[in-house]
Each structure stands twice: as C-alpha cells, then as structure tokens.
Ligand binder design. Structure first.
Ligand SMILES: O=C(O)CCC(=O)C(=O)O
Length: 264
C-alpha cells in the first residue's frame, strides 16, 4: 500500500514539474530581452521567482529526501586554492533518485536560458557537473572562489540564511581580462587577484532569497558563495550547467567535488 502511495506521489510531483514550472513573468519576450541585455553586460542576472510555487515545493521535497546521501567535503581545491566546505549531490544521485531532470530539459526553462544568453544551449557534457546540488549546512560552510568549466550556470536557490548571515554570491565579471589589467595570472591561486579586484571595487555581492534563481556566465565570472556565519543557518542551491556548440575542456575540479570517488 505504501509503495502504491509513493508511486502516486511521485507521479504527482512529476506532473507538477511538467505542467507549468516557469512563472508567468518569464514568458514575456520583452522581459527576456531586458534580461539578455543585462546578462551580456555583467555575466550575471538575478531571476527572482523564476519557478512557480508548485515546482519549488517539489524540488524542496526531492532534495530534502536525498540530503542524507549528500557527500560532505572540507578541502582546499587545487588550482584556485580555495576552500570547499559543503555537502554535495552530483548528477548521478539527482538523475537516479529525483525528478530534477524534468526541469533541466523542460522547454520553458530552456527557452528562458536561450532568451537570456542569446545562445542555442546544449546539455553539459560532464557526467556529474550536468546538475549538482550544493548544500552549505552549518556555520563555517563556504564554496570558495572558482570558475566553472561549462559556460552557463542556472542556479536555483532553495534555502538561504537571512540577509547578513553569509551565503551571498560574490562574482568578478570577466576574470581573465580583470587579471590581465591587474597584473595577475588568471589560472593561479585566486587570493592575490581577488584581493586586488576587491581593492578596485570590482567584486559584486548579491543576496538571494529562497526561490530566487540566477544565471551566471560561470566560465568567465570568478565566483564564490561566502561563508555562513550564523549558527544554525543553511544554504541549499541547485546548479544546472549548460554548454553551447563550442566544446568545453573539462579539468579535474568538478570530478574532485562531485565525482563518486572524490576528495574529502
Ligand atoms: O550556489 C551557488 O550560488 C553557486 C554554485 C557554484 O558556484 C557552483 O556550483 O559552481
């Protein structure tokens, strides 16, 4: 009986995600045109209330059910030399045990991404980075400075601390150009160039409320999620990665963080 109920609940969740996941505001061509203009300029746009409430509720339940299986990390990522203090679910878990994939390929979501980026987007070719869930579960958690390999990240924030509690997105647009101007090496440890960018006022800080989404040019904008600094707070976000027709060269860091046998 319980199994039959679970199947019915699962089908109801899938139907909710399929039916109409994107809020009405994002169906308008003029909205997407304005977002495209801002995205082209900054490499970032906030998409407040992108998902309809029903779709968000389903994601909360699905991720909540998987949270106990998230892999906890506390290490310094080689390359940028920045901390990863968070728990993660990679694409294998999300594809096998959740319905998040319905959103990843949903025509309404793809239409928004194509409209905002102005690109004919394709699925990410990395088997774990395709879609991930990043769970910052306690005070001190952080997702340190890095670039992603795939060009586009659609991030859906499910939980966030109250404003001022940490967990903000910080980003630096055009990392390669910024490093060149400031006389730093773009591929080396992030700290010296980030400090120089901060001194020049080049770091944007954005707060996201639960239910907000954003699109980031993640291979060009250096970014991080700041440390949670209140006891008992959490930040949980889904990241859907997309490519274009240009092939992506994948390094080792996504596998180190999201792979089935990864660093700790
Ligand atoms: O959680 C976020 O807002 C950013 C996630 C991120 O940087 C990533 O998944 O590469």
């Amino acid at each position: 009986v319980e199994q039959a109920q679970q199947r019915r609940d699962g089908a109801a969740s899938a139907r909710t995600l399929i039916a109409s996941p994107v809020s009405d505001a994002y169906r308008r061509g003029e909205t997407l045109d304005e977002l495209h203009r801002r995205f082209t300029e900054h490499g970032y746009v906030k998409l407040p209330g992108l998902l309809a409430d029903g779709a968000l509720d389903v994601l909360h339940r699905e991720i909540g059910a998987l949270e106990a299986r998230a892999r906890a990390h506390d290490f310094v990522m080689p390359g940028p030399d920045t901390p990863r203090v968070l728990s993660v679910l990679g694409a294998t878990s999300l594809l096998a045990d959740s319905r998040a994939a319905i959103l990843y390929v949903h025509f309404e979501i793809v239409r928004v991404i194509a409209g905002v980026t102005g690109e004919d987007v394709r699925a990410c070719g990395h088997e774990e980075e395709l879609m991930v869930c990043n769970l910052l579960l306690s005070e001190g958690s952080t997702h340190g400075w890095h670039l992603d390999d795939p060009p586009y990240a659609l991030v859906i924030v499910l939980e966030a601390p109250a404003p001022g509690g940490g967990g903000e997105l910080e980003y630096i647009s055009d990392w390669a150009g910024t490093c060149e101007r400031l006389g730093h090496r773009a591929g080396g440890p992030a700290a010296p160039a980030v400090a120089a960018a901060r001194a020049e006022g080049l770091i944007a800080t954005v707060d996201h409320r639960p239910g907000d989404a954003y699109l980031l040019r993640a291979d060009r904008c250096m970014h991080r999620v700041t440390t949670l600094h209140e006891p008992g707070t959490r930040r949980v976000a889904l990241n859907f990665a997309y490519e274009t027709t240009t092939p992506v060269a994948y390094g080792d860091s996504a596998t180190a963080l999201y792979g089935q046998t990864s660093c700790s």
